[in-house]
Design a protein around this ligand. Structure first.
Ligand SMILES: Cc1ncc(COP(=O)(O)O)c(C=O)c1O
Length: 426
């Protein structure tokens, strides 16, 4: 592999062209393992940014891709439809909260979020009301495109870089009560206050239910979400749930909103939708939202990407839904959660550890010092695992098929890193 070319010319996510960090060359991947160019095998603790829930090179997903590519890999979605999209949307609606009736297929998570925000804006426009603002939470993450970024934590995403261009929305304090802690009603105070103050200019609330992912890996109490739903109802404001990271079983429920027994008006999914095989996302809406949007001045929802409803991606996503329908994910994520709950508390004895938390197939170790990425990454590879931390967060979101041994190996590698001061920045 021409790594010198890669280093010189290829921009990797969130990396510098001046001082590029090491990139590890992957030549294949099977089950829970990534295989490097030199034959080294790494147990994957990241599911390729939380998407490959069934593991790599899954025969059922491979077959679906092969079958579809022999039929048609892409065709425009305007004025044309096809079985892969129809089958996928049928299965998606069957899994989704039952008030959601319409599916808009899009390309990536960020685009699904853009679509959800546009839906909310068109909804209020159709009702003849001007509502240009969104209410969201601190420590959230919704993607890297402009509108998605505008509802992402302003400090984490460095809003200051885009000042004057990025729309300014309203941020309420993120929930403090953890999932397993006793609920503290005060957690909702700031959200309530912001809603009271701004409700007549807010189009929708958007947030990540139960787990705030890339903005801080925070796992919060279901009562917060219940409070948000009833406040949105009280003020007649739409609720958008971004389940791009949490959807399809990651938290131990098919969708994280099920922990709180609530339903959104609009739901965004992506990442694991295709079992991590390719990029595809969807924004689901209630009939009331869809009908209102389409009853407005434009007469339709104003969005239509070139690769919308890509048949290849839809066919693989359908196959992933078929795997989920066997319900094995429930036992698998439960077992992973049990293993995390046994192993992670042991790490709190280490002075560098600020907190550990877990839910479903998510395990987080928060440290007092930020990691030294280059050093810690090399150590993880030496220990035979793939974990990619950020800041003070070393987290695992392994494929659901990971065995107890796999999880132990991941946690042991983190333990080894905690013992090496070079892995952290002072
Ligand atoms: C909750 C959430 N929303 C949106 C996104 C953006 O998705 P994508 O990277 O596919 O654009 C992410 C990605 O990490 C996410 O975690």
């Amino acid at each position: 592999m021409d790594l010198a070319f890669d280093r010189r010319h290829i921009w990797h996510p969130y990396t510098s062209t001046l001082t590029p960090l090491t990139c590890y060359p992957v030549r294949a991947a099977h089950g829970v393992e990534l295989e490097l160019e030199d034959g080294t095998k790494l147990v994957d603790g990241m599911s390729s940014w939380w998407s490959t829930i069934h593991g790599y090179n899954h025969p059922h997903l491979n077959q679906a891709a092969h079958n579809q590519i022999d039929q048609v890999s892409h065709v425009m979605f305007g004025g044309i439809t096809h079985t892969p999209a129809i089958e996928l949307c049928k299965k998606l609606l069957a899994f989704a909260p039952d008030n959601l009736e319409h599916v808009f297929l899009a390309d990536s998570g960020s685009v699904a979020v853009e679509v959800s925000l546009k839906m909310a804006l068109q909804y209020w426009h159709a009702k003849g009301e001007k509502r240009p603002k969104f209410l969201t939470l601190r420590d959230g993450y919704h993607g890297d495109t402009f509108a998605a970024m505008s509802v992402t934590d302003p400090d984490n995403s460095m809003h200051s870089l885009y000042k004057g261009f990025l729309p300014e929305h309203i941020f309420a304090a993120s929930p403090k009560t953890g999932y397993w802690q006793e609920w503290d009603e005060k957690d909702l105070d700031d959200f309530k206050a912001k809603l009271e103050q701004h409700h007549d200019e807010i189009a929708a609330v958007i947030l990540e239910p139960i787990v705030q992912g890339a903005g801080g890996m925070r796992i919060y109490h279901p009562r917060f979400l219940q409070g948000v739903r009833s406040l949105c109802d009280q003020y007649g404001i739409l609720l958008i749930l971004d389940e791009i990271a949490t959807g399809f079983g990651r938290t131990g429920k098919m969708f994280a909103c099920e922990h709180a027994s609530i339903q959104p008006d609009i739901l965004c999914v992506g990442k694991a939708l295709t079992g991590g095989y390719m990029t595809l996302s969807a924004t689901l809406a209630s009939k009331q939202v869809a009908d209102t949007v389409c009853g407005g001045e434009a007469g339709c929802f104003m969005h239509g990407p070139t690769f919308m409803g890509n048949p290849l991606a839809c066919a693989v996503a359908t196959a992933s839904m078929e795997l989920l329908a066997t319900n094995q994910w429930q036992t698998q994520t439960q077992q992973i959660e049990t293993t995390f709950s046994r192993l992670l508390p042991e790490l709190t004895a280490h002075p560098l550890v600020a907190d550990v938390r877990w839910l479903g197939a998510i395990g987080v170790v928060e440290t007092h010092k930020p990691v030294n990425m280059e050093v810690i990454q090399a150590l993880f590879v030496e220990k035979g695992v793939w974990i990619r931390p950020f800041g003070k967060l070393i987290y695992m979101m392994p494929p659901y098929i990971s065995s107890e041994e796999n999880i132990k190996q991941l946690v042991q590698a983190i333990e080894a890193a905690l013992k090496q001061s070079e892995c952290f920045i002072n």
